[in-house]
Design a protein around this ligand. Structure first.
Ligand code: ADP
Ligand code: ADP
Length: 227
Protein backbone atom coordinates (compact mmCIF):
# COMPACT_ATOMS: atom_id res chain seq x y z
CA UNK A 1 0.00 0.00 0.00
CA UNK A 2 1.08 3.53 -0.77
CA UNK A 3 0.06 6.10 1.83
CA UNK A 4 0.09 9.88 1.50
CA UNK A 5 0.06 11.55 4.91
CA UNK A 6 -0.66 15.28 4.78
CA UNK A 7 1.65 15.74 1.82
CA UNK A 8 2.36 19.26 0.61
CA UNK A 9 4.65 20.27 -2.25
CA UNK A 10 5.68 23.87 -2.64
CA UNK A 11 8.07 24.53 -5.55
CA UNK A 12 10.99 26.94 -5.23
CA UNK A 13 8.99 29.74 -6.89
CA UNK A 14 6.28 29.43 -4.24
CA UNK A 15 3.75 27.47 -6.33
CA UNK A 16 1.82 25.10 -4.11
CA UNK A 17 1.29 22.11 -6.40
CA UNK A 18 -0.02 19.66 -3.79
CA UNK A 19 -1.69 20.69 -0.59
CA UNK A 20 -2.22 18.58 2.52
CA UNK A 21 -2.96 15.43 0.55
CA UNK A 22 -3.85 12.32 2.54
CA UNK A 23 -4.98 9.10 0.89
CA UNK A 24 -4.17 5.44 0.48
CA UNK A 25 -3.49 3.54 -2.73
CA UNK A 26 -4.18 -0.08 -1.80
CA UNK A 27 -1.92 -2.95 -2.83
CA UNK A 28 -3.01 -4.74 -5.99
CA UNK A 29 -5.48 -2.03 -6.95
CA UNK A 30 -5.62 0.78 -9.49
CA UNK A 31 -5.87 4.19 -7.86
CA UNK A 32 -6.52 7.01 -10.31
CA UNK A 33 -5.62 10.65 -9.75
CA UNK A 34 -7.91 12.75 -11.90
CA UNK A 35 -8.37 16.48 -12.28
CA UNK A 36 -7.70 19.43 -14.58
CA UNK A 37 -4.29 20.40 -15.89
CA UNK A 38 -2.13 21.88 -13.15
CA UNK A 39 -3.93 20.26 -10.20
CA UNK A 40 -0.80 18.44 -9.02
CA UNK A 41 -1.26 14.97 -10.50
CA UNK A 42 2.24 14.60 -11.94
CA UNK A 43 3.80 16.17 -8.87
CA UNK A 44 1.98 13.65 -6.67
CA UNK A 45 3.14 10.74 -8.79
CA UNK A 46 6.76 11.86 -8.87
CA UNK A 47 6.91 12.18 -5.12
CA UNK A 48 6.24 8.44 -4.86
CA UNK A 49 9.45 7.50 -6.71
CA UNK A 50 11.30 10.57 -5.39
CA UNK A 51 11.85 12.36 -8.64
CA UNK A 52 10.49 15.16 -6.45
CA UNK A 53 10.51 15.28 -2.67
CA UNK A 54 7.58 16.52 -0.62
CA UNK A 55 7.97 19.81 1.26
CA UNK A 56 6.08 18.39 4.23
CA UNK A 57 4.15 15.30 5.14
CA UNK A 58 5.14 11.73 4.36
CA UNK A 59 4.69 9.11 1.68
CA UNK A 60 4.90 5.54 2.86
CA UNK A 61 5.21 2.34 0.86
CA UNK A 62 4.15 -0.54 3.07
CA UNK A 63 4.88 1.56 6.18
CA UNK A 64 8.32 2.62 4.95
CA UNK A 65 8.89 6.35 4.45
CA UNK A 66 10.20 6.78 0.90
CA UNK A 67 12.51 9.54 2.15
CA UNK A 68 14.46 6.88 4.03
CA UNK A 69 15.03 4.74 0.93
CA UNK A 70 17.83 5.28 -1.55
CA UNK A 71 16.15 6.53 -4.76
CA UNK A 72 17.89 3.97 -6.98
CA UNK A 73 16.73 1.12 -4.74
CA UNK A 74 13.26 2.62 -4.51
CA UNK A 75 12.91 2.79 -8.30
CA UNK A 76 13.85 -0.85 -8.78
CA UNK A 77 10.48 -1.63 -7.25
CA UNK A 78 8.55 0.98 -9.22
CA UNK A 79 7.80 0.94 -12.94
CA UNK A 80 7.11 4.32 -14.53
CA UNK A 81 5.18 4.96 -17.73
CA UNK A 82 4.75 8.41 -19.26
CA UNK A 83 2.71 9.94 -22.05
CA UNK A 84 5.36 9.97 -24.76
CA UNK A 85 6.69 6.50 -24.10
CA UNK A 86 10.20 7.90 -23.60
CA UNK A 87 11.85 5.04 -25.45
CA UNK A 88 15.53 5.02 -26.31
CA UNK A 89 15.42 6.10 -29.97
CA UNK A 90 18.57 4.26 -31.02
CA UNK A 91 17.69 0.93 -29.46
CA UNK A 92 15.50 -1.70 -31.03
CA UNK A 93 12.22 -2.61 -29.36
CA UNK A 94 13.58 -5.75 -27.73
CA UNK A 95 16.58 -3.92 -26.31
CA UNK A 96 14.41 -1.06 -25.07
CA UNK A 97 12.43 -3.56 -23.02
CA UNK A 98 15.52 -5.50 -21.91
CA UNK A 99 17.31 -2.36 -20.71
CA UNK A 100 16.35 -2.71 -17.07
CA UNK A 101 17.26 -6.42 -16.87
CA UNK A 102 20.62 -5.57 -18.53
CA UNK A 103 21.19 -2.88 -15.90
CA UNK A 104 20.30 -5.35 -13.17
CA UNK A 105 23.07 -7.58 -14.52
CA UNK A 106 20.96 -10.34 -16.02
CA UNK A 107 22.82 -12.19 -18.74
CA UNK A 108 21.90 -11.09 -22.24
CA UNK A 109 20.08 -14.27 -23.20
CA UNK A 110 17.84 -14.22 -20.13
CA UNK A 111 17.11 -10.50 -20.49
CA UNK A 112 16.11 -10.95 -24.12
CA UNK A 113 13.91 -13.96 -23.30
CA UNK A 114 12.22 -11.86 -20.65
CA UNK A 115 11.73 -9.01 -23.13
CA UNK A 116 10.17 -11.36 -25.68
CA UNK A 117 7.82 -12.69 -23.00
CA UNK A 118 6.82 -9.12 -22.10
CA UNK A 119 6.14 -8.24 -25.72
CA UNK A 120 3.64 -11.06 -25.83
CA UNK A 121 2.14 -10.01 -22.51
CA UNK A 122 1.40 -6.47 -23.73
CA UNK A 123 0.13 -7.62 -27.11
CA UNK A 124 3.08 -6.70 -29.32
CA UNK A 125 3.74 -8.87 -32.33
CA UNK A 126 7.11 -10.64 -32.05
CA UNK A 127 7.95 -9.36 -35.53
CA UNK A 128 8.33 -5.84 -34.10
CA UNK A 129 11.27 -6.83 -31.86
CA UNK A 130 13.94 -5.57 -34.21
CA UNK A 131 12.25 -2.30 -35.15
CA UNK A 132 13.28 1.07 -33.84
CA UNK A 133 10.74 3.15 -31.90
CA UNK A 134 10.17 5.58 -34.78
CA UNK A 135 8.98 2.63 -36.88
CA UNK A 136 6.10 1.95 -34.51
CA UNK A 137 2.66 3.49 -34.23
CA UNK A 138 1.86 5.61 -31.18
CA UNK A 139 -0.15 2.78 -29.65
CA UNK A 140 2.67 0.31 -30.16
CA UNK A 141 5.18 2.69 -28.59
CA UNK A 142 3.03 2.94 -25.48
CA UNK A 143 2.88 -0.85 -25.29
CA UNK A 144 6.68 -0.95 -25.41
CA UNK A 145 6.71 1.64 -22.63
CA UNK A 146 4.45 -0.54 -20.49
CA UNK A 147 6.51 -3.65 -21.24
CA UNK A 148 9.70 -1.83 -20.28
CA UNK A 149 8.17 -0.64 -17.02
CA UNK A 150 7.19 -4.21 -16.18
CA UNK A 151 10.57 -5.72 -17.08
CA UNK A 152 11.92 -6.09 -13.57
CA UNK A 153 8.50 -7.17 -12.30
CA UNK A 154 8.11 -4.24 -9.89
CA UNK A 155 5.18 -4.44 -7.46
CA UNK A 156 4.28 -0.80 -8.16
CA UNK A 157 3.48 0.85 -11.47
CA UNK A 158 3.17 4.63 -11.85
CA UNK A 159 1.41 5.71 -15.03
CA UNK A 160 1.27 9.37 -16.04
CA UNK A 161 -1.31 9.96 -18.80
CA UNK A 162 0.11 6.89 -20.59
CA UNK A 163 -2.65 6.71 -23.20
CA UNK A 164 -3.45 10.39 -23.74
CA UNK A 165 -1.39 10.84 -26.90
CA UNK A 166 -3.02 8.07 -28.92
CA UNK A 167 -6.29 8.24 -30.81
CA UNK A 168 -9.53 7.24 -29.02
CA UNK A 169 -9.89 3.81 -30.60
CA UNK A 170 -6.33 2.78 -29.76
CA UNK A 171 -6.72 4.34 -26.31
CA UNK A 172 -9.75 2.18 -25.59
CA UNK A 173 -7.88 -0.97 -26.56
CA UNK A 174 -4.87 0.00 -24.43
CA UNK A 175 -7.21 0.56 -21.48
CA UNK A 176 -8.76 -2.88 -22.01
CA UNK A 177 -5.30 -4.42 -22.18
CA UNK A 178 -4.27 -2.76 -18.94
CA UNK A 179 -7.33 -4.16 -17.17
CA UNK A 180 -6.59 -7.61 -18.57
CA UNK A 181 -2.94 -7.38 -17.53
CA UNK A 182 -3.94 -6.24 -14.07
CA UNK A 183 -6.16 -9.30 -13.59
CA UNK A 184 -3.06 -11.37 -14.10
CA UNK A 185 -0.42 -9.23 -12.40
CA UNK A 186 -2.17 -7.50 -9.46
CA UNK A 187 0.21 -4.54 -9.39
CA UNK A 188 -0.27 -1.56 -7.16
CA UNK A 189 -0.99 1.03 -9.83
CA UNK A 190 -1.26 4.78 -9.51
CA UNK A 191 -2.65 6.13 -12.76
CA UNK A 192 -2.85 9.83 -13.61
CA UNK A 193 -5.32 11.23 -16.14
CA UNK A 194 -7.34 14.38 -16.85
CA UNK A 195 -10.06 12.23 -18.42
CA UNK A 196 -12.88 11.37 -16.02
CA UNK A 197 -14.21 8.60 -18.28
CA UNK A 198 -10.80 6.94 -18.28
CA UNK A 199 -10.67 7.31 -14.50
CA UNK A 200 -14.05 5.63 -14.10
CA UNK A 201 -13.14 2.83 -16.49
CA UNK A 202 -9.79 1.98 -14.91
CA UNK A 203 -9.95 3.01 -11.26
CA UNK A 204 -10.75 0.82 -8.30
CA UNK A 205 -10.67 4.11 -6.45
CA UNK A 206 -10.48 7.63 -7.81
CA UNK A 207 -8.88 10.65 -6.19
CA UNK A 208 -10.37 13.81 -7.65
CA UNK A 209 -7.95 16.72 -7.29
CA UNK A 210 -8.64 20.39 -7.84
CA UNK A 211 -6.24 23.17 -8.71
CA UNK A 212 -3.98 23.89 -5.78
CA UNK A 213 -3.50 20.17 -5.29
CA UNK A 214 -6.32 19.60 -2.84
CA UNK A 215 -8.23 16.36 -2.66
CA UNK A 216 -11.86 17.11 -3.56
CA UNK A 217 -13.12 13.56 -3.31
CA UNK A 218 -11.92 9.98 -2.97
CA UNK A 219 -14.57 7.78 -4.52
CA UNK A 220 -15.34 4.49 -6.18
CA UNK A 221 -16.30 4.55 -9.89
CA UNK A 222 -19.91 3.81 -8.90
CA UNK A 223 -19.98 6.78 -6.54
CA UNK A 224 -18.64 9.08 -9.24
CA UNK A 225 -21.13 7.82 -11.81
CA UNK A 226 -23.97 8.47 -9.39
CA UNK A 227 -23.00 12.08 -8.86
P1 ADP B 1 -0.83 18.21 -13.40
O1 ADP B 1 -0.01 16.97 -13.55
O2 ADP B 1 -2.11 17.97 -12.66
O3 ADP B 1 -1.05 18.92 -14.68
P2 ADP B 1 1.54 19.30 -12.11
O4 ADP B 1 1.83 18.45 -10.95
O5 ADP B 1 2.33 19.12 -13.33
O6 ADP B 1 -0.03 19.22 -12.44
O7 ADP B 1 1.66 20.84 -11.67
C1 ADP B 1 0.99 21.36 -10.53
C2 ADP B 1 1.31 22.84 -10.39
O8 ADP B 1 2.69 22.98 -10.09
C3 ADP B 1 1.06 23.66 -11.65
O9 ADP B 1 0.63 24.92 -11.24
C4 ADP B 1 2.43 23.71 -12.29
O10 ADP B 1 2.54 24.87 -13.08
C5 ADP B 1 3.32 23.79 -11.07
N1 ADP B 1 4.67 23.24 -11.30
C6 ADP B 1 4.98 22.01 -11.80
N2 ADP B 1 6.31 21.84 -11.83
C7 ADP B 1 6.85 22.98 -11.34
C8 ADP B 1 8.18 23.43 -11.10
N3 ADP B 1 9.24 22.65 -11.36
N4 ADP B 1 8.37 24.67 -10.57
C9 ADP B 1 7.30 25.46 -10.28
N5 ADP B 1 6.01 25.09 -10.48
C10 ADP B 1 5.79 23.86 -11.00
P1 ADP C 1 -2.08 2.73 -34.37
O1 ADP C 1 -3.53 2.61 -34.75
O2 ADP C 1 -1.64 1.63 -33.42
O3 ADP C 1 -1.67 4.10 -33.91
P2 ADP C 1 -0.92 3.35 -36.98
O4 ADP C 1 -2.14 3.56 -37.83
O5 ADP C 1 -0.14 4.51 -36.55
O6 ADP C 1 -1.31 2.39 -35.73
O7 ADP C 1 0.05 2.35 -37.74
C1 ADP C 1 -0.45 1.18 -38.36
C2 ADP C 1 0.70 0.22 -38.68
O8 ADP C 1 1.73 0.88 -39.43
C3 ADP C 1 1.35 -0.31 -37.43
O9 ADP C 1 1.40 -1.72 -37.51
C4 ADP C 1 2.74 0.27 -37.41
O10 ADP C 1 3.69 -0.69 -36.98
C5 ADP C 1 3.00 0.63 -38.85
N1 ADP C 1 3.82 1.85 -38.89
C6 ADP C 1 3.50 3.07 -38.43
N2 ADP C 1 4.48 3.96 -38.64
C7 ADP C 1 5.48 3.27 -39.26
C8 ADP C 1 6.81 3.61 -39.70
N3 ADP C 1 7.30 4.85 -39.60
N4 ADP C 1 7.55 2.64 -40.26
C9 ADP C 1 7.06 1.38 -40.36
N5 ADP C 1 5.85 0.99 -39.96
C10 ADP C 1 5.06 1.93 -39.40
Amino acid sequence: MITFEQVTKRYADGTVAVSDLSLEAPTGRITVFVGPSGCGKTTSLRMINRMIDASSGRILIDDRDVRGVDPAELRRGIGYVIQQAGLFPHRRVLDNIATVPYLLGWDKRRARDRAAELMELVGLDAGLASRYPFQLSGGQQQRVGVARALAADPPILLMDEPFSAVDPVVRASLQDELLRLQEELHKTIVFVTHDIDEAIKLGDSIAVLRVGGRLAQLASPAELLAR
